[in-house]
Design a protein around this ligand. Structure first.
Ligand SMILES: NC(=O)c1ccc[n+]([C@@H]2O[C@H](COP(=O)([O-])OP(=O)(O)OC[C@H]3O[C@@H](n4cnc5c(N)ncnc54)[C@H](O)[C@@H]3O)[C@@H](O)[C@H]2O)c1
Length: 355
């Protein structure tokens, strides 16, 4: 296990977490941006599960070199370390990629009958005018989201997404040239026990749970009907295990999600119920440039290739997450200062019609 225990994610006083000293864990505290740390971490490894990354979509829009260094160059260094190692036993690289590479993902038009389209990212003008839903490129009617499949083309709309796409390409090309297998798991919105409660730049359910616990208001962006595919971390872990265990080559991309869309307003209320507290939501009309409106996964390939189907319903997953959250000291709420950073840089606005 290679991790630098980044302060933004693990908190300031990050001593080594309990799992670092588990007898089954060989922990290297180091960075994916250091070749020598990769060499140390790869010793004796058969499969690499590459999860380490900078993960804040909005933050990536201004801390650009930090994101490209960690995510893109870090992955390049992994491939170099693999190439230079004379004793490498690695047979497969598994990459945690992201649904963000699809941008808006797939839609259909119920008005003119267009069966499948990947709409352009919404412009600043659309968002400022409260035109939240993507429009049909043929007839301009409001589109309907449909499951996004692995064959849909990438339409990255943030620096973070671009770095995840770069990682995918590096892994695909680099592993082929090394003669080893690879699997790219494109994760939807992962949540669950163990996720960072500190990081104000990502993890909507952490941010919401911190606020619900102290009774503060939850600002709901846009009109609250934007939706995400929430998948519990245990289902993600089982998907990675299935990809490690598969005897035949994978050499491809697999979506990992629940296959269901839930609106942000709805998940806020469900989380409040799971915590046994009221979620005091307020639709603010705020928006972030680069955010998508809807995206949920077609998970047929997950089942066909890895034989796995997510098992944990949103209700059960939120229950587990809420019990874990309530057993922790609550994280520092830095959402307002993170949002101020976006406003100052012109990356966040507000639709006055809702305010
Ligand atoms: N959580 C999600 O919803 C989601 C969705 C899509 C994709 N992913 C991908 O899954 C992976 C894990 O996501 P997460 O939500 O657990 O992220 P996270 O931000 O909570 O954790 C990232 C981990 O990487 C470590 N790290 C950061 N920079 C590092 C560096 N330079 N060297 C070594 N370690 C470093 C951090 O200390 C942390 O332990 C990422 O690759 C992310 O892009 C996550």
């Amino acid at each position: 296990m290679l991790d630098n225990l980044s302060e933004q994610i693990h908190g300031k006083a990050a001593g080594e977490p309990t799992w670092a000293s588990h007898p089954l864990v060989d922990f290297v505290r180091g960075s994916v941006t250091e070749r020598s740390d990769w060499v140390r971490a790869l010793d004796g490894v058969r499969e690499i599960v590459h999860l380490a990354a900078e993960t804040g979509t909005a933050q990536s829009m201004y801390e650009i070199s930090r994101y490209t260094t960690c995510n893109a160059i870090g992955t390049g260094l992994m491939l170099e370390a693999l190439r230079e190692s004379t004793s490498s036993r690695v047979r497969r690289v598994l990459l945690a990629s992201s649904r963000s590479i699809y941008g808006e993902g797939a839609y259909r038009c119920d008005h003119c009958g267009l069966a499948r389209t990947i709409p352009d990212a919404r412009t600043g003008g659309d968002l400022a005018a409260g035109r939240w839903e993507p429009r049909c490129p043929v007839c301009a009617a409001t589109l309907t989201a449909i499951p996004t499949s692995e064959s849909d083309p990438p339409r990255t709309a943030s620096i973070y997404a671009a770095t995840k796409w770069t990682q995918e390409e590096y892994v695909r090309i680099g592993c082929a040239s090394l003669g080893i297998d690879h699997a790219i798991l494109r994760l939807q919105n992962v949540y669950g026990e163990g996720q960072s409660l500190q990081n104000p730049y990502t993890g909507i359910l952490s941010i919401f749970s911190n606020r619900i616990r102290v009774g503060s208001e939850l600002p709901i962006f846009e009109d609250g009907l934007e939706s995400r595919d929430f998948v519990h971390v245990e289902d993600v872990a089982w998907s990675f295990l299935a990809a490690i265990d598969r005897a035949d080559p994978i050499a491809g991309v697999i979506n990992v999600g629940s296959g269901r869309a839930t609106s942000v307003a709805e998940v806020a209320h469900q989380l409040g119920r799971a915590l046994g507290l009221e979620a005091r939501t307020r639709v603010t009309g705020q928006y972030r440039l680069g955010d998508i409106r809807h995206n949920f996964a077609d998970i047929s390939r997950l089942q066909a290739v890895l034989g796995y189907r997510p098992q944990i319903s949103l209700e059960e997953g939120l229950g587990r997450f809420a019990r874990w959250v309530l057993s922790r000291a609550h994280g520092v709420d830095r959402l307002d200062s993170a949002n101020r950073e976006l406003v100052e840089r012109g990356l966040m606005g507000v639709y006055e019609g809702e305010a």
